[in-house]
Design a protein. Structure first.
Length: 306
C-alpha cells in the first residue's frame, strides 16, 4: 500500500487505547513514522528478526541490522515511546553466540517490548522442502533450548517481564491485542488470510488477494473457513491460549467465560504435569512452570481436547 493511502486509512479509523502497526526496518524513515504517530498510531512493532547479516540473508530479509537500528532511532524521534522488536532464533547456521549478540543489541535499543520466536518450518514452504531433501539441517533441539533459555534469562536481567511464552515487556507495555487473543476474547480480522473470532464463530478469509477484493467489491463475504466451537471445544481453546501466558489459567475467569471448572475438566493432565514439575497450581488457578516453557507445545496438546 502506498504511504499516502496508508495515512489516509489510518486517519479514518476509530481511535483506540492501543493502536499498533508493524513495519519492516528498511521501509520506514522519520518522516513516515512522524505522520503515522500524528495520525494516532501509538505502538510500533519492528520486524528486526536478527542483528546478524548472514542470518538476515538466510531468512531472505532485505534489511540490514543497521536499518533496524536506524528505524528504532527514527521511531523515537517521531514520538513513539512504545516500540517492540520481533526476533527469530534457531536459524540454521546460527550459534548461541550469534543469538546472544542479537539479544544484547536488542536490549541496547531501549525498546519496551521484545518477541522471540524459534524459526518454524511450515508445510510446503521452501525451507521445509529443503529440510526434506536433506539440503538443510535445522538447529538441534539442545541448541534451540539453550537459545530460548538464554533469551529468558537475559531479557529478565534487563527488566523485561516474560508475560507469554515468546513475549517479553517492560512493566506496563504488554501488547494489549495479543493479550486479547490469549484470553480467547473476540476480535475481527480484515483482509486476505485474516482470521476472526466474533459472536462465537471462528472464520478465516481466503488467501487470494484478487479474489478477496473481487468478493468484497461485489458485496459478498470472503470467508473460506468457518466454525462454531461447542462448549467443550471453546473451553479447550481457552485453556490452551490461557496457558501460553505465564499467569496461566485464572479459575474464576475461566468459569465465567466457559461455565466450566478448569481443574475438574483437566484433572488428569494437571495432576500428571504437576507431578512432573511442569505445572504449578494455587488457590486461584494453575500455570506452566519455567521448566515447561521449552516444551510447551507438547504440554498444551493435552489441553486441546478431552
Amino acid at each position: 500500500m502506498p504511504r499516502g493511502e496508508l495515512i489516509e486509512l489510518v486517519n479514518i479509523l476509530p481511535k483506540t487505547g492501543e493502536f499498533t502497526i508493524e513495519v519492516n526496518p528498511g521501509q520506514v524513515d522519520e518522516a513516515i513514522l512522524s505522520r503515522l504517530r500524528a495520525a494516532g498510531i501509538n505502538r510500533l512493532s519492528i520486524g528486526a528478526q536478527s542483528f546478524n547479516t548472514c542470518e538476515l540473508e538466510f531468512l531472505g530479509r532485505r534489511h540490514s541490522a543497521a536499518d533496524t537500528i536506524r528505524a528504532v532511532e527514527a521511531a523515537k524521534k517521531a514520538g513513539f515511546d512504545n516500540i517492540g522488536l520481533d526476533l527469530i532464533f534457531a536459524i540454521p547456521y546460527s550459534t548461541v553466540g550469534s543469538w546472544e549478540k542479537t539479544i544484547e543489541t536488542a536490549i541496547e535499543m531501549g525498546v519496551q517490548h521484545i518477541s522471540a520466536y524459534a524459526l518454524t518450518y511450515e508445510e510446503d514452504t521452501p525451507l521445509q522442502k529443503a529440510v526434506e531433501a536433506g539440503e538443510l539441517k535445522p538447529i538441534d533441539e539442545e541448541t534451540d533450548r539453550a537459545m530460548y533459555e538464554l533469551a529468558i534469562d537475559e531479557f529478565e536481567k534487563a527488566g523485561f517481564k516474560q508475560y507469554e511464552i515468546s513475549n517479553f515487556a517492560k512493566p506496563g507495555f504488554e501488547c494489549k491485542h495479543n493479550l486479547n487473543y490469549w484470553l480467547n476474547k473476540p476480535y475481527l480480522g480484515i483482509g486476505p488470510s485474516a482470521g476472526s473470532f466474533w459472536e462465537g464463530k471462528r472464520t478465516l478469509n481466503i488467501a487470494d488477494i484478487e479474489k478477496y477484493i473481487e468478493l468484497i467489491e461485489a458485496g459478498a463475504d470472503a470467508i473460506e473457513e468457518s466454525e462454531i466451537p461447542n462448549d467443550i471445544e471453546f473451553a479447550c481453546q481457552t485453556a490452551v491460549l490461557n496457558l501460553r501466558m505465564r499467569a496461566g489459567i485464572d479459575l474464576k475467569e475461566f468459569k465465567h467465560r466457559t461455565g466450566l471448572d478448569a481443574l475438574e475438566l483437566f484433572a488428569e493432565p494437571v495432576s500428571r504435569y504437576k507431578k512432573m514439575g511442569l505445572i504449578e497450581t494455587s488457590e486461584d488457578g494453575f500455570h506452566l512452570t519455567r521448566g515447561a516453557l521449552p516444551i510447551a507445545d507438547s504440554v498444551l496438546c493435552d489441553f486441546s481436547s478431552i
